[in-house]
Design a binder for this molecule. Structure first.
Ligand code: GCW
Length: 672
C-alpha cells in the first residue's frame, strides 16, 4: 500500500522480461507443518504479485516449478544440506527428468521459510533466476528485536506511535497486524522478540500477561519467532511479598524457578529473559552486594531445564562517574568473565556511551573471551533525528561489526566476537531495539523501515555491506529501475555521516537536549549528575575541545587491546572521525586536511547541512517515479531535516564560538 504498511514486502510486478514466468509458475510444497505452510503461502503470495499471475500448486516437480523440500518430505533431495543447520537453506536450479525446477531445500521448515523469502528477494531485486546455486545459514543463533514497549501502550524512545501490542484486548483478539509483523521479521531472518521494555514492570510476569504473551507466541510460532520477556529484578518482592530479591536467597531462586515453570506451561518454546539491572534506577543484584553474574546465573538456572536463556545487559550506569562514564561497563563486567552460566549472554551496546550518531566500538568486545557477548544496536533513532531525519543506519551497524578489536591479533572483528567464531562460542546473538509502532508505516517513516531491514539482514550475515542491503531494500520498496534505486541508495549511503556532521562531528557526542535527546544543547552544564551534562562530554574551553581518554585523562583507552590502545594514545594515529572522543585538541591544531580544528569543525557542520540539501534535490527529482503518498511524506520530512540540520549547525557553532573566540573561516558562506 502507498501508506507504507507493506514495508519491503510489496511484491510488485517485476519488470524482468519474463524471467520469473519461466522459473516460478508453480509451487510444490509437500510439507504440512505450520511453518512449511507459512513458507508455501508466502511464496504463493509473493509470486502472485511479482509474476503478475498466481502460480499453480503442483503435486510434484515440473517445468517452471519451485519445490520446497526437506529430507522429511523428499528423501532423495538433489541438494546437499550439511552445514546448513536448522535454519539455513539451499536454492538450486536443477533438471529433473528433463524438467527445470528450482529447489528450495532445508533441514527444517524454518529453513524453507527463509529460503522462500530469499527467492522472492532475488526475484524482486532483479537477480538472474536460471542458474541458482545458493547456500546460506545464519551466522548468529539469536536474532532478536527488543521492544521497549510499556504495558500502558507507550513506547520508550518510540517515534512511530503507540505500541503494536494491544495488551487490553489480548489474549482474545489477535489482530492481523501480529501476523504481518511476524512475516516482516521472518522475511529478514529475525527469530525472536522481547515484548516489553527493559525498564520493566513486574506486571508483565503476572498470569494475565503471561497469557497475553502466549497468545502472541502462538501467532509468531509458524514464522520461526520466539517470544522473550524483560524482567524486573524485584518482581518476587512486588508480586509475592518476598522480603528480598537477593539472588543467593533460596526463596528468591525458588520463586523464579516456579515463575519460569509457569511461563513454560503457557509458552513451551519461550525464549528466556532479558535483564537491565543496576542501571538508571533499576534494581539488581548489586543492591544485595551480589554481582551481575550471581544474578544472571540464578535466573539462568530457572530457565535452564526448559532450554531457555538469559540476556544480561552490560548497559550499567548506576552511580556518578565524575571521571568517565564510558569506563563503567568494562570495569563492572570484565572481572566477571568466566563466571557466567552457559545459558547466559551478556548484551553489550555497540559503543560505551549510548547509541550516539558515532561511537567507537565498545571495549568489552574482545575483552570477555569466556562469555558469549551479544550485540545491542538501536534501530529506533533516539539520537539520530528520531522519526523525521533520513539517516540510514546500515553504515553505522557495518562500521561497528567490521571494527577490529585485535583481541586475538588482526582480524578479530566485532562481528567475529559476536558470531562466536573468535572464541568458539555456540550460543550467539544480536539484538536491535525496535523502531516499530502502531503508525501505518510501522517505523515512523518510509526510510526508517530500511533500518529494521538492515538490522535483520546483518543479523543473518554480518559480512553483508550496508550498500548492498540498501540496494535490496530500495529495489523492493521503490523500484528496480536504476534511475530510482541508484538515487535512493546514494541518498541513504551518506545520510548517517551527514547526521554525524551536523550533530556531532569529529568524535563529539552526547550534546543533545536533555531527556528527549532531540536537537542541540551543548551548553547544558547544571544538571545534578556530572555525566548528564553535555559539557561533560565535549569539555570545550578556551584552549580546545574533546574528551581526553588517554593516560593524561581518564585512560579509558587502556580498556582496548594493546594495538588499539597504542593507536588511540596519539591524536596523530587516532582515526579523525573519533578524534574528539579520545583527545582534547587545541582549536588551532592541524587536521589531516591542513586546516585548523576550529575551521575543520565548521566545515563538517556545513557539509552535513549541504548533504541534506542535496538529498532534497535528489528526492525532488524522483517525483515522477514514486507514488504520491510516499513521495510527499519523504519530501516533507527532508524539509524538517534540512531546517533542523541548520539549527544544529548554527546553535553548535554559536555556542562553541563563545569559548573558542575564533572567527568563522573566511569565504565559507553556509551552503543551503
Ligand atoms: O539510551 C538510553 C535511553 C533510555 C534507555 C536506556 C537503556 C530503556 O535514553 O531510554 O532505557 O538507554 O538502554 O536502558
Amino acid at each position: 500500500a502507498e501508506d507504507g504498511y507493506d514495508l519491503w514486502l510489496r511484491h510488485e510486478k517485476v519488470q524482468d522480461g519474463g524471467k520469473m514466468a519461466r522459473h516460478a509458475t508453480a509451487v510444490v510444497a509437500p510439507g504440512r507443518g505450520a511453518t512449511a505452510l507459512a513458507a508455501r503461502d508466502e511464496l504463493m503470495r509473493g509470486l502472485a504479485g511479482a509474476n503478475g499471475a498466481a502460480p499453480a500448486l503442483a503435486d510434484k516437480p515440473m517445468n517452471g516449478a519451485i519445490w520446497l523440500a526437506t529430507p522429511a518430505s523428499a528423501p532423495d533431495l538433489p541438494v546437499k544440506l550439511d552445514g546448513l543447520g536448522e535454519e539455513g537453506y539451499a536454492i538450486r536450479s536443477v533438471t529433473l527428468d528433463g524438467q527445470s525446477v528450482t529447489v528450495i531445500a532445508a533441514n527444517g521448515d524454518a529453513g524453507l521459510l527463509y529460503g522462500a523469502y530469499a527467492y522472492l528477494r532475488l526475484a524482486e531485486t532483479g537477480a538472474p533466476l536460471d542458474r541458482l546455486d545458493i547456500r546460506s545459514a545464519p551466522r548468529m543463533k539469536l536474532r532478536l528485536l527488543n521492544h521497549w514497549d510499556n504495558l500502558d501502550g507507550t513506547v520508550e524512545r518510540g517515534y512511530a506511535g503507540q505500541s503494536i501490542w494491544d495488551w487490553w484486548r489480548l489474549p482474545d483478539w489477535k489482530g492481523p497486524r501480529y501476523t504481518d509483523y511476524a512475516r516482516a521479521n521472518a522475511s529478514i531472518g529475525i527469530n525472536g522478540t522481547v515484548l516489553n521494555n527493559v525498564n520493566a514492570r513486574s506486571d508483565s510476569l503476572t498470569a494475565p500477561y503471561i497469557a497475553k504473551a502466549a497468545a502472541l507466541a502462538d501467532v509468531f510460532r509458524p514464522y520461526g519467532i520466539k517470544v522473550y520477556l524483560s524482567v524486573k529484578w524485584t518482581a518476587p518482592m512486588e508480586l509475592s511479598g518476598l522480603g528480598t530479591a537477593d539472588p543467593l536467597d533460596p526463596a528468591v531462586a525458588a520463586w523464579w524457578k516456579a515463575k519460569a515453570d509457569e511461563i513454560y506451561r503457557a509458552i513451551p518454546d519461550f525464549g528466556g529473559f532479558l535483564v537491565k539491572a543496576n542501571s538508571e534506577g533499576q534494581p539488581g543484584p548489586q543492591d544485595y552486594k551480589r554481582t551481575h553474574a550471581d544474578g544472571a546465573n540464578m535466573l539462568a538456572a530457572a530457565v535452564k531445564p526448559h532450554g531457555g536463556i538469559v540476556m544480561w545487559r552490560a548497559f550499567v550506569y548506576a552511580h556518578d562517574n565524575p571521571d568517565d562514564r564510558a569506563k563503567q561497563a568494562y570495569n563492572d563486567f570484565k572481572p566477571l568473565d568466566g563466571q557466567f552460566a552457559d545459558n547466559v549472554l551478556v548484551q553489550v551496546k555497540n559503543g560505551a556511551i549510548d547509541f550516539q550518531p558515532r561511537e567507537p566500538f565498545h571495549p568489552l568486545f574482545g575483552a570477555m573471551p569466556r562469555t558469549p557477548l551479544m550485540m545491542e544496536f538501536q534501530i529506533t533513532k533516539e539520537y539520530l533525528g528520531q522519526s523525521t531525519h533520513l539517516t540510514y543506519l546500515g553504515p553505522l551497524f557495518e562500521e561497528t561489526l567490521k571494527s577490529d578489536t585485535f583481541a586475538r591479533g588482526k582480524g578479530s572483528t566485532v562481528a567475529r566476537v559476536i558470531d562466536g567464531s573468535l572464541e568458539g562460542h555456540k550460543l550467539t546473538g544480536i539484538a536491535g531495539v525496535a523502531n516499530i509502532g502502531a503508525d501505518r508505516d510501522w517505523s515512523g517513516s518510509i526510510f526508517n523501515q530500511a533500518d529494521w531491514y538492515a538490522f535483520g539482514r546483518l543479523a543473518w550475515d554480518p559480512d553483508l555491506s550496508a550498500e548492498a542491503i540498501a540496494r535490496e531494500w530500495a529495489a523492493q520498496t521503490f523500484s528496480t529501475d536504476a534511475k530510482v534505486a541508484d538515487r535512493v541508495v546514494a541518498m541513504m549511503m551518506g545520510s548517517r555521516e551527514a547526521a554525524v556532521d551536523y550533530m556531532t562531528p569529529l568524535g563529539l557526542s552526547h550534546v543533545m537536549g536533555t531527556g528527549h535527546h532531540y536537537g542541540p544543547a551543548p551548553w547544558i552544564s547544571e544538571l545534578a549528575r556530572p555525566e548528564w551534562n553535555p559539557v561533560y562530554y565535549h569539555k570545550a574551553d578556551a584552549q580546545g575541545i574533546g574528551f581526553d581518554r588517554t593516560r593524561t585523562g581518564s585512560n579509558a583507552i587502556a580498556q582496548y587491546a594493546p594495538p588499539v590502545a597504542r593507536m588511540l594514545a596519539d591524536p596523530k594515529t587516532t582515526p579523525e572521525r573519533d578524534l574528539l572522543w579520545f583527545h582534547h585538541v587545541g582549536w588551532d591544531a592541524k587536521l589531516k586536511s591542513g586546516e585548523t580544528l576550529w575551521n575543520g569543525l565548521i566545515r563538517h557542520y556545513d557539509a552535513g547541512v549541504a548533504y541534506v540539501a542535496a538529498m532534497r534535490r535528489t528526492w525532488d527529482s524522483l517525483r515522477p517515479y514514486v507514488d504520491a503518498e510516499r513521495f510527499a511524506q519523504t519530501q516533507s520530512f527532508l524539509g524538517i531535516q534540512h531546517r533542523e540540520a541548520k539549527w544544529w549547525r548554527d546553535a553548535s557553532i554559536a555556542y562553541f564560538q563563545t569559548l573558542s573566540k575564533r572567527p568563522l573561516p573566511a569565504g565559507t558562506a553556509p551552503p543551503e
